[in-house]
Design a binder for this molecule. Sequence first.
Ligand code: ADP
Length: 475
Amino acid sequence: MRIQEVPVYEFNELAKNINVMSAYLKNRDEEIRKNYQELERTHSELHSSYLKLEHLSHELEKSEELYKSLMEDASDAIVVVGEDESVKMVNKMAEEFFGYSARELVGLPLTKMLLLLNIENIPKIHKIFKDASQGLHIAEEMQIVKKGGALVVSRLHASSIESGNDRLVQAIFRDVTKEREIMMNLEKSAADLVRLNKMKDSFLGLASHELKTPLTVIMGYAELITTDMADKVDHTVLEMVGNISSAAMRLDNIIKDMVDVSMIDEKRLQLKIDDVHVNQLVRDAVKELAFFFSMRKQKLTLQLDESIPAIKGDMFRLVQLFSNVLGNAIKFTPDGGEITVTTSAKYLLRSKQSADSVQGQSIVNIGKEHHLYVEIAVADTGIGIDREDQVRIFDKFYEAGNIEEHSTGKVAFKAKGAGLGLSIAKGIVDMHGGEIWVESPGYNSDSGSGSIFHILLPLNPLVGDSSLDYMNLLH
Ligand code: ADP
């Protein structure tokens, strides 16, 4: 309340002062109320930040627990190393992997732990941990000696993790002992295979050479008996000698194939290059086999494009190639089946390459230039070939399907050969700078799924060499 004016001077002065004081007090009250409100707001803010902090530390605890449980149950050995380079944590797998208990390891300086595990080149591994703490992710393979003395191979992955303000290094040790063993066995098997393959090749060369001479003697004498001495020997003996002679001829054919394969392998086979009319060679090969087509009651259809140009090639070797492929078509097609031979000319993209560099590789080049090729396709209605065998049948001695099912004889159904025919065919095609491959829906002895053998021969064994001159010949 304000005090009104009072008639007495002194009282009036007092009233004035009291009024000033009361206004001042009112002001202060107001300020205190305001400060109090401010204080209350700050308090509530503080409270909510506290709650947030509590929640965060709870979350952190939870994620630490999650990390711990993940680490504990991990299938790899994990070691966590602190900034002071001492072991902070190890998981169950680490105890099992190293053979030491967590009690023995936790607290140890890193280098001591590495010494304990008999790790070679400790400075290098130490550096890996140091680099990992700088944020690098590093992997390294090493040998570890377990507590009992057993040797294990481990791949170490080190990376840094943050826990609060600490920068830790997490080292994961994976047991790769088995992997290493398998790799080493594989490498050893591969080396053994290479050695065996070499032995097979040298056996081929040696055996064919060593067998040739005595066989020539056997064949010579057999022929002598059956011709010049025919009237001097008994009829039964003559028949027996005839059998010896035909068996020797079969053996001679196999040896010839062996000689060819070993010559192709050693790159000793020389081509006699001439102008070759492919259609004529196909006809020659068919003529040679005509008897077998009729014996097996197979229908042969020739669809020969007469406009294809002559190519440069070795006549003898190309007839051998067609005979091998056609012979197989007869062998692997049931009686009454059909065999169709088609020839055509094709422009294909291929890069400039000499026949030599194509040898031994089944690479189909997709180059920038068109080259003219002659294609010969031999289609049959036979037993077909499974996809996984379609490349391997061109390897030497490879026979697809169940060998037990094979019969004997030169052209009997599924007749068993030495498995060299297609390997020679591929060798001859490669030397001509061409390609040979087979197309078939798969093996089926009953349905007659059939196979188509494709042979591509360039106009000239030297692919890309002056082919342009030949292009006009198509018309
Ligand atoms: P072989 O002397 O056994 O005939 P090849 O090298 O000529 O040897 O053939 C290898 C294998 O490829 C054969 O044993 C056969 O299993 C398979 N094969 C070849 N040609 C045909 C074909 N036209 N149809 C089905 N299978 C075939």
